[in-house]
Each structure stands twice: as structure tokens, then as C-alpha cells.
Design a protein around this ligand. Structure first.
Ligand SMILES: Cc1ncc(COP(=O)(O)O)c(C=O)c1O
Length: 405
């Protein structure tokens, strides 16, 4: 029954018998990713994009080859549309500071959803405050779906930008990006997609989705921490001013000013995280070798098993849809009378790693009428035994807290 085909690829899972089901926070890394970073430092370490000696040229080549891997992975038109950042948060801030502050003005509207992670909310709060634009929150139904009228009213002739997560980090639901892009483009608004929770779990094609910007993090995709990606449509990126200025992002500098480098380097100031980019490329190749067909099928099976198990435990409520197909491996839940911090500590004492708290989505939790929740999030390398141990541990929580049942 248990699927362990890819488990051996993950050193931490071999060296540690913890049941790691906090993958939405960060995934584990396969040995090929750790090796790729190590190899970069062992074989090609020099400051990329600066030196003319062979080692620096090799570092540059490996860094730029990694960009080509990312480009192909999300089907961007050109490498110029791929900007390396630190993470999703930095990618979205880049759009907010560079595009938002320069293209949005008083009287305009920015539409985001109530389920956004703070990383795709606070930058837009900042833009709205600084420009005088109105920040409009599109509210979802309890299962995470959006009513047709909500989208149509929320995306209107005043809307200049729509920012939406493709998958909620709390509800796990997949949002209707194609429909939102259609509505936004009809009124001339640009669309920013937070792909932090979607890119690791499903195939992404930026041309098919027709999005203007897409942000994601390497570390949730089995890549290194400290490397992220911003995809942007070239026509937009070309017109945007740099977010950070300094070394590496210029063609020439005088006392009076500077001519900025071409894309993508205009947006990559300072020494870049080349080893991180190389590690991310290795992670992408690993994901491709596993295949999204397999990833989706396994994560679906594990989610279904977890939700079926939790449904049999009294006093447990799962947030979001009743259908495991709309959870993308994410199962956030409440246990009557027990604070999620206690839930996660009790689960930890059984060797199970889950996240508890507001999940950086406080407005969503407030909207749902809860303060905190516990979240299990599965990756294709988890096993049925791990899911069963998780459900068993959850079933014992109330007893541990002194309740009769
Ligand atoms: C939906 C979503 N967006 C953005 C982020 C922020 O990612 P990072 O911390 O890698 O910038 C997260 C991380 O949990 C997330 O789940």
C-alpha cells in the first residue's frame, strides 16, 4: 500500500524518523539539490557576472543556465522574463514598489482576495496607502470558491491591478486564475499571481494562464532557501524602474546618474545567489523527473486519506471544501476546545510536525471566524502510514487535554 519510491532521495527523511507534514511552510530537499549547491561552491565559485577569468565565466554560465531551466519550467517566452529574487515575498514587493507605485494613482482600485497570504496583502496595502488608491478585498465562500458576482463587481473599470494566490495556503483551494485574468484584461488591469503554493504541485504555463506576473519560492519546491522567482511580461518589466539599485544592475554610471542594465539584470542588484539558482534548477529537474501527474495523484491520495480519517474523529472541523480534490495537499483544521498551539505540541510529542497559528493569513481566519488553526500539508513523498499516524494522534488530542472523549 505504501508508496516509498522517492523517499530515499531525501537525506533528512532517511536520517530522521520525524513525520514531516509541514510541507506548505517549506519542503524537504532531495540529495540532488544539496549536491548541486555543493558542486557550485566546489567547482565554480566566483562572483558571477563580474569577472572575465574562467571561474567567473563558469559561475555566470551556471547561473544563467539555471534561468533557462526556470524559463522552460513555467513556459515563459524568454529568459529576460525571469528575475531571481530571494522568495515570493521579495518578488511581490518588487512588483508593488516598481510597478504599483508608478502605475496606480488615487481613485484607482487594487483587487486582492481575502485569502491572500500577508506577503500578497501587505505590499498592496502599502501601495494603496501611498497612492491613495482603494484596496478592495474579494471575499470567498467558506469552501474557498468565488461567486461570479464577487469577481465581476470586484474587477471593474477602476481596477488597475488584481493580485491573487493560485492556491490558498490555508484552504488549499485552487483559484480560477484564467477567469480572473480574462476579467482583469477586459478592463485593462494587470494580474499578479502568487504561485508559492501552486508551482510546486501542478504544472504552470504562464503563457496559457496569460498572467502578467507570477511569484514563487524555491524552498517550497524542494529547492534551496533564499532563492525565488519573479516572472513578468517583458513589455511590463521593460517599462518598470529598478526596485533595488547598486552593483550588477547597470550598464554605466556617472556622477549624475546611471544607465541601467537590460532585463533581467536590471532587477538583480548586488551579488546574486548563484548557488541558490543552481540548486533551484536541480530541484526543477527533479520535479520534472517525478512528474506532476504522479505528484498530483499521490498528494490527492494522501489528502483524501487524511480528510476521511479526520471526518471520523469527533470534534474536528476541516477548513475549506469537503472535497479533497480542492485541497492541494493542505488540510487546516480545528479541534473543539483545544488551542492549535496545544494541538501541534501534542502532535509533536507523537513525532508529527505540523504548523499551528494564523498561517500569515489573519484576515482570512478572522473572516472565517477563527483565530488560529492547525495545518497538515502533504507532499508526494509522504506515506499512508504517516497520514494514519497523524490521524491517530489528532484523535488522541482531546483526551490528552483532559476531555472525556
Ligand atoms: C500563498 C503564499 N504566499 C506567499 C508566501 C511567502 O513565501 P516566502 O516566505 O517564501 O516569501 C507563502 C509562504 O508560506 C505562501 O504560502
Amino acid at each position: 500500500m505504501t508508496e516509498k519510491k522517492y523517499r530515499k532521495d531525501f537525506p533528512l527523511l532517511q536520517n530522521n524518523d520525524t513525520i514531516y507534514i509541514d510541507n506548505a511552510a517549506t519542503s524537504q530537499r532531495p540529495a540532488v539539490v544539496i549536491e548541486a549547491e555543493k558542486k557550485f561552491y566546489e567547482e565554480a565559485n566566483a562572483n558571477p557576472l563580474r569577472g572575465f577569468y574562467p571561474l567567473s565565466l563558469e559561475a555566470t554560465k551556471r547561473y544563467e543556465d539555471s534561468r533557462t531551466v526556470v524559463k522552460a519550467f513555467i513556459n515563459a517566452r524568454s529568459e529576460q522574463e525571469i528575475i531571481f529574487t530571494r522568495n515570493t515575498t521579495e518578488s511581490i514587493n518588487l512588483i508593488a514598489y516598481s510597478y504599483g507605485l508608478n502605475n496606480i494613482k488615487a481613485g484607482d482600485e487594487i483587487a486582492i482576495t481575502i485569502m491572500e497570504h500577508h506577503s500578497n496583502m501587505l505590499p498592496w496595502q502599502m501601495v494603496a496607502k501611498q497612492t491613495g488608491a482603494t484596496l478592495r478585498y474579494l471575499e470567498c465562500e467558506k469552501d474557498g470558491t468565488f461567486a461570479e458576482e464577487t469577481l465581476k463587481e470586484g474587477i471593474n473599470s477602476r481596477t488597475k491591478l488584481v493580485a491573487m494566490t493560485q492556491v490558498s495556503n490555508v484552504l488549499g483551494c485552487v483559484n480560477p486564475i484564467e477567469k480572473v485574468v480574462r476579467l482583469a484584461h477586459e478592463v485593462g488591469a494587470v494580474v499578479v499571481v502568487d504561485g508559492a503554493q501552486s508551482v510546486p504541485h501542478m504544472a504552470t504555463d504562464v503563457q496559457a494562464l496569460d498572467v502578467d506576473f507570477l511569484a514563487f519560492s524555491g524552498h517550497k519546491l524542494m529547492g534551496p532557501m533564499g532563492i525565488g522567482v519573479l516572472y513578468g511580461r517583458k513589455e511590463l518589466l521593460d517599462k518598470m524602474p529598478p526596485f533595488l539599485t547598486g552593483g550588477e544592475m547597470i550598464q554605466s554610471v556617472t556622477r549624475e546618474g546611471a544607465v541601467y542594465a537590460e532585463l533581467p539584470h536590471k532587477f538583480e542588484a548586488g551579488t546574486v545567489n548563484a548557488a541558490g539558482a543552481v540548486g533551484l534548477a536541480a530541484a526543477i529537474k527533479y520535479v520534472e523527473s517525478v512528474g506532476f501527474g504522479y505528484i498530483e495523484e499521490r498528494e490527492q491520495a494522501l489528502t483524501k486519506r487524511a480528510m476521511k480519517g479526520l471526518a471520523r474523529v469527533p470534534h474536528v472541523t476541516v477548513l475549506g471544501s469537503d472535497d479533497p480534490a480542492n485541497h492541494t495537499g493542505i488540510v487546516a483544521f480545528l479541534i473543539d476546545g483545544v488551542h492549535p498551539h496545544d494541538v501541534s505540541e501534542i502532535l509533536a510529542s507523537d513525532g508529527i510536525d505540523v504548523r499551528a497559528g494564523h498561517h500569515c493569513a489573519q484576515p482570512l481566519l478572522t473572516y472565517l471566524g477563527v483565530h488560529n488553526a492547525t495545518r497538515a500539508s502533504f507532499m508526494f513523498y509522504n506515506t499512508e502510514e504517516e497520514v494514519d499516524a497523524f490521524v491517530k494522534s489528532v484523535a488522541g488530542v482531546r483526551r490528552s487535554m483532559g476531555y472525556g472523549e
